[in-house]
Unconditional design. Sequence first.
Length: 454
Amino acid sequence: GAARPRLTFLGCGYLGATYAICYAELGYEVIGYDVDVAKIENLSRGEVPFHEPGLDELLRRNVASGRLRFTTSIEETADFGDVHFICVGTPQRSDGMGADLRYVEASVTDLAKNLSRRALIVGKSTVPVGTAEWVERLVEKHTSEELGVEVAWSPEFLQEGFAVEDVLRPNRIVVGVKTEWSNALLYAAHKGVFDLASTEDREVPVVVTDFATAELVKVAANAFLATKISFINAMAEVCEVAGGDVTQLAKAIGYDPRIGNRFLQAGVGFGGGCLPKDIRAFQARAQELGAGEALRFLHEVDLINLRRRARVLHLAAELLDRRQGPAGPDLAGARVAVLGATFKPNSDDVRDAPALAVAGMLHEAGADVRVYDPQGIDNARKAHPELTFEKSLQEAVAEADLVCVLTEWAEFRNADPAALAAIVGKRLVIDGRNCLDASAWSAAGWTYRGLGRP
Ligand code: UDX
């Protein structure tokens, strides 16, 4: 019943697995469903198939308690749940712009066909606005009207590396609903989050709205974050020609609470499975709806972001005293250590990672590139088999003519510049995340170059 609805999460990728595990932890009975047999076997054994701090322990505890199980059976899933969350991927279409909804379509259709009792289907995947209405029509097509199955939308905002916190202690919950029944059931499905907040003397704000707004909230939030990062990276470009220091500029504007200091870190730009893909899909959808002009600036946001990668290449050529040909710099014979492969620290995710993209560009330019990353090597090797990967920071840096720090892992921030100076070929460092102590590196004899700094 609605007091403690039983929950299912369809799609046990990053989003679905994290939610399934965390909601079991909140006390719900949960099923995680996926078509991928290996993924389901791993999760059932208590193994999280990706790197996320704190999640392994929660998985084991909740599988052991019996509150959480994983299955590839859609019949079992359909039979079990009062509320079904759709958490499947919405990758970038092969045309490079819009979102591919085939997994949403497949999971909703399979689920709907197998439902034999009333249930609520809640979309969580990031989708183009209008998808919820389309899902509702899909459900109507595949279920009988007497069953009374309904659809709602509830976007998520979790950040990799903080996913457990973000799910258990979200800074808001947004629901797009059409009826009191679905609103009440979705409230019950979120009640564990509200209860946890009240024991900690917090409140989780809830925005109850229509489908379109709920869908837009997610892409608007990501567009804003991407814009904020590209804004400061645009200021970095100006600083580079004007002789300013973007890190001080960011600090100074960030003291204004209307601006705020978060997401103002200038560097090699944003990557990952969300921001780059979401801003492109958002533009494509706005275009389809006839509001393309409104989001034209997101194209600039994207271009600024990509220009930062090229900037690292040019800095490398400058430091190594190489010629800039028409096709870019020639780095033949230069040995370059690339520190970082993931799109951000505390993650093993290399999707659209600026670090790995730059490593690829350095390789293209002829450099002998040695990549090291504390967590991302396995994934990076699959994406860029042409690169050389090293097992340690020291091995990557040994004999290097240039060191590029492109993901701000603590291991790199805390590295001793004097010790590294002793093993490199040339003491040249590009700090692509402005995360190193510039004066300490300079004092150890390094020529230090940050992005957007003199
Ligand atoms: C993002 C959103 O933050 C999250 O709310 C949404 O649900 C999914 O997308 P995530 O992809 O995990 O989360 O990464 P995030 O921490 O936002 O970082 C995105 C990228 O921006 C990273 O490559 C990061 O290095 C870069 N970044 C972030 C900057 O370059 N500068 C900053 O100041 C902040």
